[in-house]
Design a binder for this molecule. Sequence first.
Ligand SMILES: [Mg+2]
Length: 167
Amino acid sequence: MKTPVTSKTIIYIDMDDTLCDYQTSHDAAKVKQPEINYPQSQEGFFLNLPPYEGAVDTVRWLIEQPELQVLLLTAPSVLNPHCYTEKRVWVERHFGLEHCHRLIISAYKGLSRGDYLIDDKTSGFGQEDFQGTLIHYGSSAFPNWPAVKMYFDKLITATLHPVQYES
Ligand SMILES: [Mg+2]
């Protein structure tokens, strides 16, 4: 029998349009420079994506929970080689160098073993094959980061820290 990698609950978190606002930056760039067909191919695009409100604080809070193992799981923009470096620098900029080891750049999220995947997409990069629970960021159930935090707060209280009743 194989030894489990960790006894912690593993949470993967997507970056583009989950942690950071890709779409607004993309649309703004198209207005500013309409001659550039793919703004996401430009150097600096991924580095300068703004985090969503509450995203960084909530991820920091998740990281602090001793029952959780938090990893960032992002698909690359393969045609833009800068994105691989910029995603790594983005994590350092917003979370600090010590958290860069959490970053996994993967074109196929279905192979990652874990309990939860927080992602704005339900398919396309292997999300459809993820064996854990998909937290669909941006859906009516999880429209923003406070909703995500509330979900995990309840989960930790109810499941990971079950109430002990005296018999
Ligand atoms: Mg995404």
